[in-house]
Write a protein that binds this ligand. Structure first.
Ligand code: NDP
Length: 247
């Protein structure tokens, strides 16, 4: 695939699921990957496996709710690999619940990670991209960035927000900076573990998670967007399991 080899790609939420899949796939295609998340043991293992397979990977503990930590994370790519070409805003959580469950701390957590975390990623990487007049954001939303149903109200709101932020960003940045939104349907990952109500977790799995994409399907969509010539900006990719019709 063109335009990926040698690129430095920073990925938030790279310790499991989709972020891990993106890191492994891009490293196989020759990108230098910078992995960030809170679980160091997972990051270390994934980075070691990528390196053992002949790829280039480094990692850093990262909490995306801290703008300072996200800034240092974006700088790490520049410090260790000399540049930053792509920033993947992927970290997220999905503690589904009904509004009248009043799980206010979970609402706050989703807004802090899914929305403010993405804004922190933009604030960290955009100055680097602007200095080089080159770069690409990949923002991982969800089919919930255009669909809302009972229990997904706040989660979908965070993803609708990231879709709005992505399109505004696309229009504001220079002609040479790309903004890509990738909206996955249900995908194999640890995401359902963030649902605190066991009944809702079962319901979500039974209703929406019978057909699951492998994380590699989202990684391939990300690779497609990066691999385009620099004057081609793939703005939105929606990827669902073929059998998933009700989201
Ligand atoms: P996982 O739970 O497997 O991965 C979530 C990742 O986010 C983990 O690496 C986790 O790492 C990280 N994370 C969570 N909170 C923070 C934080 N405060 N700071 C840094 N990293 C954090 O789920 P997915 O891979 O599915 O989720 C990735 C993205 O994909 C999310 O944005 C999700 O909304 C989106 N998505 C997923 C779908 C699915 O069906 N799987 C469908 C549609 C969208 P750690 O705990 O180590 O910090």
């Amino acid at each position: 695939m063109e335009n990926i080899k040698g690129k430095v790609v920073a990925i938030t939420g790279a310790s499991s699921g989709i972020g891990e899949g993106i890191a492994r796939h891009l490293a196989e295609l020759g990108a230098k990957v910078v992995l960030g998340a809170r679980r160091e043991d997972k990051l270390k293992q994934i980075a070691n496996e990528i390196t053992a397979a002949g790829g280039e990977a480094i990692y850093s503990i990262l909490d995306v709710t801290s703008p300072e930590e996200v800034k240092a994370f974006a700088q790490l790519g520049v410090e260790k690999f000399g540049q930053l070409d792509v920033f993947v805003n992927n970290a997220g959580l999905m503690p589904l619940s009904m509004i009248n469950g009043y799980k206010i701390s979970e609402w706050h957590q989703m807004i802090d990670v899914n929305v403010k975390g993405v804004l922190h990623g933009i604030a960290a990487a955009l100055p680097i991209f602007e200095a080089n007049d080159s770069g690409q954001f990949i923002n991982i939303t969800s089919v919930g960035d255009r669909w809302v149903g009972p229990t997904s109200t706040v989660y979908s709101a965070t993803k609708f927000a990231v879709r709005a932020i992505s399109d505004g960003l696309r229009q504001e940045v220079s002609r040479n900076i790309r903004v890509t939104l990738v909206a996955p349907g249900p995908t194999e990952s640890e995401l359902p573990n963030t649902i605190s109500d066991p009944e809702l977790k079962d319901m979500a799995i039974n209703l929406f998670r019978k057909d699951l994409l492998p994380a590699s399907a989202i990684a391939k969509a990300v690779a497609f967007a990066i691999s385009q010539p620099s004057d081609v900006d793939v703005n939105e990719l929606v990827v669902r399991p073929t059998g998933q019709k009700n989201l």
